[in-house]
Design a protein around this ligand. Structure first.
Ligand SMILES: *[C@@H]1O[C@H](CO)[C@@H](O)[C@H](O)[C@H]1NC(C)=O
Ligand SMILES: *[C@@H]1O[C@H](CO)[C@@H](O)[C@H](O)[C@H]1NC(C)=O
Length: 253
């Protein structure tokens, strides 16, 4: 379904409080005072083909997991209607912090998702170019299409992206109002599947929620983001339940 092979996406990462204690080594909780800059990357020896090699203990799932993300969003992925989940995000009339983590830009926001009987607490959202979907115990993701006008939320988030060109730097977003984004999720069909974090350690059991209807971003805002966030997408993984592509490649050596 090429319609969903978009080049950009935002993902809101959520953690189920009851599970947080088990989720060692991921980015579920900690927000330290200083911005943690990632040690993995997207090209060469720090890139996705070698995340396992960066730490063969911690990142084992990146090369052996059979439920890895992102996956191709085709008719094999199950869907639920948006009205069956409850998605709430606090508004930030004076903006929120906006950080460059080296591998993505991130905005901490509070909110919650109730899906399939579980409640998740929202921690932050990220931006990926090209499209992929992102980390924690649950993820709500929106793919982004180029269009004539931007969704106002995207305009507000990215107004100041030029201020955080340097990894480790922070600024403040424009005013953030999430009502329209909540409605967007609630009023369209959602792909829902169990996958993984798309960054090391690639832990599985992540509940993915991806709206089937993309948001829109205009060319100027998109270029502004691209100037700061370089290519940061993990390659598409094998179908859910199938052998990990890296393990398969190693077996054929
Ligand atoms: C690899 O990850 C483990 C945690 O799973 C950690 O204890 C170890 O220090 C890491 N090794 C390196 C070389 O970073
Ligand atoms: C999220 O909520 C916690 C607890 O109420 C608060 O300390 C924190 O500042 C909030 N973060 C944001 C980004 O609003």
């Amino acid at each position: 379904m090429t319609r969903f092979a978009q080049f950009a996406a935002i993902a809101l990462s959520l953690a189920a409080p009851a599970l947080a204690a088990c989720d060692y080594g991921t980015h579920l909780n900690p927000r330290s005072e200083s911005v943690p800059i990632s040690t993995f990357g997207y090209t060469g020896l720090t890139g996705p083909l070698n995340w396992f090699g960066l730490n063969t203990t911690a990142n084992k799932m990146c090369a052996t997991g059979k439920f890895q993300s992102p996956v191709n969003l085709d008719s094999s992925i199950s869907t639920v209607h948006g009205s069956s989940v409850t998605f709430k995000v606090d508004s930030y009339p004076f903006g929120s912090e906006f950080e460059n983590l080296g591998t993505t830009v991130e905005v901490p926001v509070n909110g919650s998702l109730v899906s399939d009987g579980k409640t998740y607490k929202l921690a932050q959202f990220h931006f990926h170019t090209p499209s992929e979907h992102h980390k924690s115990t649950a993820v709500v993701a929106f793919l982004i299409d180029l269009g004539l006008i931007s969704d106002p939320l995207l305009t507000a988030v990215f107004a100041s992206v030029g201020m955080i060109a340097e990894p480790g730097s922070t600024t403040t977003t424009g005013p953030l109002v999430f009502g329209p984004l909540e409605n967007h999720l609630h009023s369209n069909t959602i792909f829902r599947y169990s996958g993984s974090l798309t960054t090391p350690p690639c832990s599985e059991g992540v509940s993915w929620h991806i709206s089937t209807k993309p948001l829109q971003i205009d060319e100027i805002t998109y270029q502004r983001v691209r100037n700061v966030v370089k290519f940061n997408s993990r390659y598409t993984q094998n179908s859910l339940g199938e052998v990990n592509l890296l393990q398969n490649a190693a077996n054929e050596l």
